[in-house]
Structures are given as structure tokens and as C-alpha cells.
Design a protein around this ligand. Structure first.
Ligand SMILES: [Zn+2]
Length: 456
């Protein structure tokens, strides 16, 4: 069983990070998140692929480049979504699990795309300008945890008071919200989705907000006036075409995404009650398989995932899940075999390669360590935002006696965790050990330059 990569951010580390960041907004954000926990992100290849498929038509409608805009999943039960660090959309897992249709999720993505296209965060995000890709996560004090290898992924992260402060910091003014709603509706229509879905989402928000205010929760006071937004959206949506029914393929993947999140994030006994043994749809069976794994009841979990694999023998994500179940129940060699089949089905999926690497690392033979370093190296090249892979890569390289490569992987992991001082220290060590001018040396130099820039 592997421990989570989510940072239980140490207060000292966070203070150091804060001192590196000049602008008040980000410092405040980091401060508000300390010391209990950082913003936890969830990584999962299948869910990310589904989010891309659902979001990309909206991004194209908004004239945003789908290759640049990135959707991150925040490990938090709240209904929330926000934009930070330029073109990064953060959607809370609670939101993903609550939205019932593809178009409702598109409505949320479309609204956030409206904020990006409208440049609403340009001023507040100045500190993040010029800092690219994975480093944004570090700058936000967030750490990514894969659903694979984080058995405690379901733990609620921040206290509600911290969330309330976050929300204020990340909230927009009313004019910006109205503009994002209006632009979002247009993107929905242009992507062939149903503009009324935005109305449905807002109504859901409103009823939840009402319930909160009944329980005298202080959030209520920080929220915008729903009725204004609702009537504006209803009026605008009327003028737009109704949209097509979503692609059945997308509806299928959306249901799988919700089921997988529920399996991993809700208490397993609750999931098993909701999806009893008699369930027969694939998403329900998936939720059940994950819940069985987390009980833990490894034999039943593996039997359940085998049933799913029999239904879709080439599905890389079911094969990956089997690899995870086996690995986390201590069967590294069988896990490596399952991951290998998954890699055949999806040869360059970084997170599946990462799983194979982790299984090999757990076998811990000379040959397995060598292959682990190779697979993890490829994974890290294609995906710069996976702290777990970087940690495993550092271990594999260290076992092979490659201290320079190990230091580089560690430096890149610290960048991801927002610990720029330790990142710089390891990058200097890597630059000393690696052959000058080699690709690894160059990346170490890049980390040194990046950490220097965040200090200025
Ligand atoms: Zn907004």
C-alpha cells in the first residue's frame, strides 16, 4: 500500500514558500491554507481523459486552446470551481459527483472559460505569470494525489472556515460573474450543448446555499445574489438554440467518472449499500469494485474488476485498476503483468506507465528496478505534474546508483509541492552530478532558474 502524495504541508515549508512570493493575493491564499492542509488535487488518467472530451468543445467555442487550458480536480466534497494561475480550471470532486449530466458539467466549464476569456483574474494572478505548467500547482500550495496509491483520498481536506476564506479570495465581483455567465451560455450553444444546463446548475447551487443559510452557516453571507444571476441566465438562454442530445459515448464516460469518484471518495460501506450485489450497469459495478477494494476485500474486488475487463477486454483503465488493486494488496508481480496489458492498450498514458513503474519498483530486483527507472522516466517526461511518479523515479534511480538523476527527480517533485528552497538545493546537486550539457543537466538548470525567479 502506498502513501498519499498529498502534502500535509509543514508550516515551515509553507512560510518559506510565502516569503518567495511577493504578491499579497497568493501569500494570503497560501496563508489561509496553512497549516492544516494544502489544496489536494486528484490525478486519474481515465477521469482526466473524460474531462478533456467533455471540455474541449467548450474550450474551442471560447477560442481557448485545449492543449493549454487544463482542468484540475480538487479533492474536496464542496460544490465549487475556480480559475487560477492563468488558464487552469479547478473543479472540486464534490461538483463532479453532484452534476448529473454532461451538459451541466459543460456549463460549469463554460462559465469558468468565460472568466479566462474575459481575463478576470489577470490582475490577481500576476504572481503566477511566467510560471508555467506544473509549477503552478506548487505556487498554489497544492499537491497532486493519484487515486491510485492514496487510500485516504476521501479525507476531507480543509475546515469550512478555511474554505469560506478561499472562496472570498477566489471570488469575482458581480459584474465578472454576469459576464462569465453570458459568455458561458454562448460557448454552450456554440458547442451544441443545452444552454438550459447552466440554469439547472445555478438552481442546484441556490438550493444548496439556501439549505446552508438555514443551518446558519456563514457562507450564506459571502454569496452573490442568486436570483439576479438566475433571471439573467434564463433570459439569455431563451434566445439561444436548444442544443443536441449529448453523444451517448460521452454520457457513458461521464457515468463512469462519477462512479469511480464515488467509489474512491465516499465511505466504501455507503457505496456498497448504494450499489448492492444485484447492480448490473457497468458504472455501478465499477463503483462497487472500488469500494470492495477499499474495504479491503481484495479477492472480491479483483473478481469484480475481472468481470468489467471481460466486458471490455481492451479498456486500459479497467486493466490499470486491476493493476492498482493487485499492487495495493501486495501482489507486485501480478500487478506488473496487469499494468503491462494496460500499457499495451494505451502505450503512452503517463499515469499507467507510472503504475507499471511502481509495481516494478515493488518487485525490487535488479532487472525490475532498471525497467522501473525507464518506464517512470518516460512517464515523467510526458506528465510533469505527478509527484508520486517523481518520488518513485528518484527511488529507482537511487537504487541504480544514479545520484544525479535521483536528485533531479527530487528537485522536480519539490517544485510541484511548492517547496522551492528544497527544489533549488536538489537541483544544484543534480547540476553538479549530471554531465554538463546533457538533457538532465539542462532541466536541473531550468529548475534553478525557475526557483530564482520566484524569489525575485
Ligand atoms: Zn464565476
Amino acid at each position: 500500500m502506498n502513501s498519499s502524495d498529498r502534502t500535509r504541508t509543514r508550516e515551515g515549508g509553507l512560510r518559506r514558500a510565502i516569503s518567495l512570493i511577493a504578491l499579497t493575493w497568493l501569500a494570503l491564499l497560501a496563508f489561509c491554507l496553512a497549516p492544516a492542509s494544502a489544496l489536494g488535487l486528484i490525478r486519474d488518467a481515465e477521469i482526466e481523459e473524460t474531462l478533456d472530451r467533455i471540455s474541449n468543445p467548450v474550450f474551442r467555442a471560447a477560442a481557448l486552446n485545449p492543449a493549454i487550458v487544463r482542468v484540475y480536480i480538487v479533492n474536496d466534497p464542496e460544490m465549487n470551481a475556480f480559475v487560477a494561475g492563468g488558464q487552469n480550471i479547478f473543479v472540486h470532486a464534490g461538483m463532479l459527483m453532484s452534476l448529473e449530466t454532461v451538459d451541466q458539467l459543460r456549463a460549469v466549464i463554460a462559465h469558468e472559460s468565460g472568466h479566462i476569456a474575459g481575463g478576470h483574474l489577470a490582475r490577481r494572478n500576476e504572481a503566477l505569470r511566467g510560471v508555467r505548467g506544473a509549477a503552478v500547482i506548487g505556487m498554489l500550495g497544492a499537491a497532486a494525489a493519484t487515486l491510485a496509491g492514496s487510500p485516504e483520498a476521501g479525507i476531507a481536506l480543509a475546515s469550512s472556515s478555511q474554505q469560506a476564506i478561499n472562496r472570498q479570495l477566489l471570488s469575482h465581483n458581480r459584474a465578472e460573474e454576469a459576464a462569465a455567465d453570458r459568455m458561458g451560455l454562448r460557448y454552450l450553444a456554440m458547442s451544441g450543448s443545452d444552454p438550459d444546463a447552466m440554469l439547472e446548475v445555478l438552481r442546484d447551487f441556490k438550493s444548496r446555499d439556501f439549505q446552508r443559510s438555514l443551518s446558519a452557516n456563514r457562507y450564506a453571507t459571502t454569496h452573490p445574489i442568486w436570483s439576479d444571476r438566475l433571471s439573467l441566465i434564463a433570459e439569455e438562454a431563451q434566445k439561444l438554440p436548444e442544443g443536441r442530445a449529448p453523444d451517448p459515448e460521452l454520457v457513458y464516460w461521464h457515468a463512469r467518472m462519477v462512479a469511480k469518484l464515488e467509489g474512491f471518495l465516499r465511505p466504501p460501506r455507503e457505496t456498497l449499500r448504494r450499489y448492492p450485489e444485484t447492480v448490473d450497469t457497468e458504472p455501478e459495478m465499477l463503483a462497487r469494485a472500488v469500494a470492495l477494494h477499499r474495504l479491503p476485500d481484495p479477492d472480491s474486488a479483483i473478481a469484480a474488476v475481472d468481470t468489467l475487463i471481460a466486458m471490455r477486454p481492451d479498456d486500459p483503465y479497467y486493466l490499470e485498476l486491476k493493476g492498482q488493486f493487485l499492487l495495493e494488496s501486495g501482489r507486485a508481480e501480478a500487478a506488473a503483468e496487469a499494468y503491462r496489458t494496460a500499457v499495451e492498450a494505451a502505450p503512452l498514458e503517463p499515469q499507467i506507465l507510472g503504475g507499471l513503474g511502481r509495481a516494478l519498483l515493488n518487485m525490487n530486483t535488479e532487472a525490475a528496478n532498471r525497467e522501473a527507472a525507464e518506464k517512470l522516466g518516460i512517464s515523467a517526461r510526458y506528465d510533469k505534474a505527478n509527484a508520486g511518479v517523481l518520488r518513485d523515479l528518484a527511488l529507482a534511480e537511487a537504487r541504480l546508483g544514479n545520484e544525479g538523476a535521483a536528485a533531479l527527480a527530487t528537485a522536480e517533485r519539490f517544485v510541484l509541492m511548492g517547496d522551492f528552497q528544497d527544489a533549488a538545493r536538489n537541483a544544484h546537486r543534480a547540476a553538479q552530478l549530471l554531465p554538463k550539457g546533457s538533457p538532465g543537466w539542462q532541466r536541473a538548470e531550468d529548475v534553478i532558474t525557475m526557483t530564482r525567479r520566484t524569489r525575485e
